[in-house]
Design a protein around this ligand. Structure first.
Ligand code: FES
Ligand code: FES
Length: 178
């Protein structure tokens, strides 16, 4: 006996989403229920954005949307239509977080690395808003990024060191331009 055909659920019909991802124009056909993180990882193969809790609590899925950090697990891909998305791959290739990456590496601020892309994106956002955050402010900014390996101390050290180095470099540029 053959089973009855499954009725097409209109909510499954693909929608075209256009974004600029890491500087490249892309178009993805996704069902409306597909999250941004699943679109990035599954369709665009940008697997540096990780999936942990899928409820906005762990920070593993952070990406930048129009320059601000957002949880890609909490957004549907269709909500990003027309937006600029920067993932950890794009930020790495552009070199804007090279000093943060180097300092994380130098200070052993990562072990398994699962949390690291989200940590770096959040650290990048923090340092673009506050040039010399206190250790307390760094810890506060990272309160939504879970790390099960490092104990956070080395991560805070790395971010504080980059903040100091950037401030010193800016001071040096200011001095030499006078
Ligand atoms: S996977 Fe998005 S916050 Fe945890
Ligand atoms: S380095 Fe493993 S979770 Fe942070």
């Amino acid at each position: 006996m053959s089973s009855a055909p499954t009725e097409l659920d209109e909510s499954d019909e693909a929608v075209r989403v256009r974004m600029v991802v890491n500087g490249r124009k892309v178009a993805c056909d996704v069902a409306p229920r597909v999250t941004l993180v699943d679109c990035l990882r599954g369709q665009l193969e940008l697997t540096g954005t990780h999936v942990g809790c899928e409820m906005g609590a762990c920070g593993a899925c952070l990406v930048q949307l129009d320059g601000r950090a957002v949880h890609a697990c909490l957004m549907f891909a269709v909500q990003a239509d027309g937006a600029r998305i920067d993932t950890i791959e794009g930020l790495s290739e552009s070199g804007v977080i090279a000093d943060l990456q180097a300092e994380f590496h130098r200070r052993n601020a990562l072990q398994c690395g699962f949390c690291t892309p989200g940590m770096l994106i959040n650290a990048h956002e923090l340092l673009s808003q506050v040039s010399r955050p206190s250790r307390e402010a760094i810890r506060d900014a990272l309160s939504g990024n879970f790390c099960r390996c490092t104990g956070y101390e080395a991560i805070v050290d790395a971010i504080a060191a980059v903040a100091e180095a950037r401030a010193a470099a800016a001071q040096g540029r200011g001095d030499s331009s006078r």
